[in-house]
Write a protein that binds this ligand. Sequence first.
Ligand SMILES: [Zn+2]
Length: 135
Amino acid sequence: MRPLLDETVERLFRLVEEEGKENKLVSSELMSLLHCVFGDTLLSAFNLIDQGSITCCVTLNGRYLYKVSGSAGRSYHCPSTLSFCPCRSFTFGVLRRCELIMCKHLLAIHIGKALHCLPDTSVTDEEYDLMLYEQ
Ligand SMILES: [Zn+2]
């Protein structure tokens, strides 16, 4: 548990949301702050957003997860809680070595959510279950 770090990150994402309300852009000052916290993961995350690699997959009853198409052709499915990503960076960089706060996939989802620029797509319950458990 990292309450001070988690609160700082939450505040940064709230600032992104406030700045992005009007034009879906982030100021250079806020980009500098984000880079101080996330380092080079930030650029990779913005690349995922710019390439349209993230989709919010929603079922009819409102369950949802995020699908991120990775650069190597693999897709990563992240639960709506954004507490986990099945990629190697999350396993090794975040969980084992504690070198990263989050992987580029989760960071991209957080920023994309804050900027309201992630498209939704409908999926069936079966498709949702498959995406959630096939990792
Ligand atoms: Zn990841």
